[in-house]
Design a protein. Structure first.
Length: 440
């Protein structure tokens, strides 16, 4: 049975459809999260076929983002003074280890960016945190940004190292408090398992090869949803291979069948006109959403696509500015908000974005980068009410599952959320036993 895309914006407790009919946004009934009541969404003003999400004032959006996220001083009475921050490497993997006075430790796992960005971490960021109380992490994220000229490094290059440090400090605080990361961030208990889509990162395949690869990913993971790449990746409407996208979209539905949920990611491939044409092809196969159809920083083009299509548009992977997320949400540049947990600077900042999106009933589906990144996604999903029906997963559970107790598992197309203190790694010292200090 083909489930209409507008139903797939949110996980439904019960879906009853008499036939594989398509519904417009006007017909769409959605729930904000599993177990909540369904609510009809009114038509968007720009078109009778598309949904307009509830309005929210600028003051309300900023107030939602400004509410404290980290809730730790009630759990940890005494200061947790940061004594050292060390970058380590084992094989191709980088780790960050933080130590507090008294011996408590926390670690994080990189997304492959720190090999290039580590001078920003070691020279501009880490020195600020030495001697600070880790319980004040939320305030430190602001202060280190404004320190000297750090704000001039605004973007992925600055916020990836911040995210790596934030993850390690949250792990440290969780271990001191004996609580999981979601418990520190006002979440926990929202969900114990997170349904995922398995993401292909390839454009070097023919449509037939890509569908075969997607089948392989589904078979390996037990997933029930996929995301594949469209267009030529920031290539001005030029496809990766001639007519690859036009052939791939209908082929995925034909071969994978109606029970597999499809997501299309253009990686900024198109101008508005071309994106609308491709978006309508995705509508024809009832895809869940169309990600980053136009250059990511071109809000005008993206909004034209959003207003023209009935399929939801997702945007936010490349964003590093809270003010621009505010603009994206206020103006409904896209339907789905998509901060990358590394590129945007961590869980705390991403939760602030989700709070703004929640006011407008927009799902926040975290983008992830790096093999271990899906673990941070699981913690985000355990904190945020409206995450949409499927979250991003690329690979890694076979590599990292046994780091946790109980081990991470995939059950019925969903990954179990870690439950141990901090990020949930059972024995960080075992993970780091072969790691060596990165010097310089």
């Amino acid at each position: 049975m083909l489930i209409p895309a507008r139903h797939l914006l949110f996980p439904l407790a019960v879906i009853t459809l008499p036939s594989p009919m398509k519904l417009t946004r006007r017909d769409f009934l959605a729930t904000a999260a599993v177990g909540t009541a369904a609510a009809a969404l009114p038509a968007r003003a720009a078109s009778p076929l598309v949904t307009r999400f509830p309005e929210a004032s600028d003051d309300a959006l900023y107030a939602a983002a400004d509410r404290p996220v980290l809730e730790v001083k009630g759990l940890i009475k005494d200061p947790v003074i940061i004594e050292s921050i060390e970058l380590l490497k084992a094989g191709r993997e980088h780790y960050l280890r933080v130590r507090a006075k008294g011996g408590a430790e926390g670690i994080s796992v990189d997304n492959s960016r720190i090999a290039v960005l580590h001078p920003i971490l070691t020279q501009l960021i880490a020195p600020y945190f030495i001697g600070k109380d880790a319980r004040d992490l939320e305030e430190h994220l602001f202060q280190v940004y404004r320190l000297r000229d750090n704000y001039k490094y605004q973007g992925l290059a600055f916020w990836c190292p911040i995210a790596l440090l934030e993850f390690a400090l949250l792990d440290l605080l969780g271990r001191v408090a004996g609580k999981s990361i979601p418990a520190l961030l006002g979440g926990g208990g929202i969900r114990e398992r997170v349904p995922f889509y398995i993401a292909s990162g390839r454009r070097d395949t023919t449509p037939e090869q890509e569908v075969e690869y997607l089948q392989k990913l589904l078979a390996e993971t037990g997933g029930e949803a996929v995301k594949y790449r469209l267009g030529g990746r920031m290539n001005r409407n030029v496809d990766a291979l001639p007519n690859r996208t036009e052939r791939l979209i209908p082929l995925t539905r034909k071969v994978l069948g109606d029970k597999i949920a499809l997501h299309g990611d253009a990686n900024s491939s198109y101008d508005a006109k071309a994106a609308i044409r491709i978006g309508k092809m995705l509508e024809d196969v009832n895809a869940v959403y169309f990600e980053e159809p136009c250059p990511f920083d071109d809000f005008i083009a993206t909004k034209k696509v959003t207003d023209a299509l009935t399929i939801p548009v997702a945007l936010g992977e490349q964003e590093s500015s809270e003010a621009r997320f505010h603009e994206q949400i206020r103006n409904q540049v896209a339907d789905i908000v998509q901060p990358d947990l590394f590129y945007y600077g961590g869980l705390i900042r991403s939760i602030r974005v989700s709070r703004m999106a929640e006011l407008r009933k927009m799902p926040t589906i975290a983008h992830i980068s790096g093999g271990f990144g899906f673990v941070y996604m699981l913690h985000f999903a355990a904190c945020v009410k409206d995450i949409g029906p499927w979250q991003e997963y690329k690979s890694g559970i076979k590599t990292y599952a046994d780091w946790f107790n109980p081990p991470l598992k995939i059950i019925d197309g969903a990954i179990t959320v870690p439950t141990g203190p901090g990020v949930g790694i059972a024995d960080p010292r075992e993970v780091l036993k072969k790691a060596e200090l990165v010097k310089g």
